[in-house]
Design a protein around this ligand. Sequence first.
Ligand code: GTP
Ligand code: MG
Length: 436
Amino acid sequence: MTHETDDQIIEKPSIDNEENLDWAKQAYARLKQQQEEKKIQSQILLEKTFPQESIEEPSSENSGINSLEETSNSLQQVDISKPSLASLSPEGIQEEPSLGEFDDTFAWSAKVLEAQGKKADKISLDEINWLSRLQQGLEKTRKGLVTDLLEKFGDDPLTPETLDELETLLLRSDVGVTATDQIINALRTRLNEEVLDSKEGLRFLKDQLCQILDMPIEETGGNALAPQRNILNIWLLVGVNGVGKTTTLGKLANLALSNGFSTLIAAADTFRAAAVEQVKVWGDRSGVAVIANNSPNADPASIVFDAIGAAKSKNVELLLVDTAGRLQNKNNLMEELTKVRKIITRLAPEANVESLLVLDATQGQNGLSQAMGFSKSADITGVVITKLDGSSRGGVAFAVASQTKLPIRFIGAGEGIRDLRPFNSFEFVEALLANK
Ligand SMILES: Nc1nc2c(ncn2[C@@H]2O[C@H](COP(=O)(O)OP(=O)(O)OP(=O)(O)O)[C@@H](O)[C@H]2O)c(=O)[nH]1
Ligand SMILES: [Mg+2]
């Protein structure tokens, strides 16, 4: 969840389109070496932990795992589920990415990192892996936008007619009227000043797209959202049914824990019986304890109450709250959210509170009207866009930023625990317009 600060990036990042792959090759060689070293280390560790005989007959007794489960704290009603066996197995904690071939996707991901001023010996496989998946995930959106766009732009200088066609393309890609107008007007003004060839046109377009996404982020201080150390941060995940709130919460728990934040989950979706179990599975996968109440129709506010108490007594830095899916026009359910917010303000006035609205990219412009409805009644501070993999409507990110003026904080592109990252406009726009 750490992010480069602005002053580390002196120039605006831009992709070097020359076929200079030195940096990418250096990064690849380094990651390859790290992977080899890791393999050797884990082999040594395995041999030390399980000498030959015990590999053949592993003893499950006294493993310490059962005792962890036994001590699992079950208060009368409030259930504090400690992460169980699944979280202790390596697969449960993370699916480690592995380094594939040095191919076009690797080279592209490396270029995006290089353009942001990263050092070839400082990048991680996680970063490369995520960018590759984001680029692949946005393929459907890209197909509708880029192929046509590049055809329209051609090799000739841009003309007012190209802009008309670009306008149609942007609108068709769910970019929305406000953002499209902003982009087209900026391009038109620029065209009145000078002749733009297609390469400069594309560069200008990318800058405009980044500006639209960055505007709400800059208005809230300009940094990526991360919990503040040594104080309580409470993040609520809200949104309509099935958009990916619980999955996002699980991925966030994993991301927070791997960045060293002490983390706790509150299972405040009491609407569906299976919801608590689902959250517990994510608690297990990420290794984060879950506060839940097993009695049917428990009051979400009372779970948040218990969770804040537990968070304070354990010096938790990030409390993630799962909430039930609700339609933005259902007043009683929206009031329930207000009640939860009130409890938080009363019990933890010093906490940093974020209400993250989760939007499903596949719903396109429909998600936008949800966002408008939610930000009216719930105190939304940011947006998470999920399901960018496989959606042809990734352009909706621009509509969200320009129309709701809410900062996009995280994006999800897959169902796996690693498929979520802090939002980075440069990476998003490059992935969207990647021209393979
Ligand atoms: N492909 C893909 N699927 C996702 C992503 N995020 C969530 N999902 C899937 O979407 C479905 C719904 O996810 P949940 O996390 O249960 O959604 P929710 O908003 O908590 O749902 P309710 O609690 O019922 O309102 C699940 O099948 C998830 O695996 C994503 O980024 N990509
Ligand atoms: Mg859920």
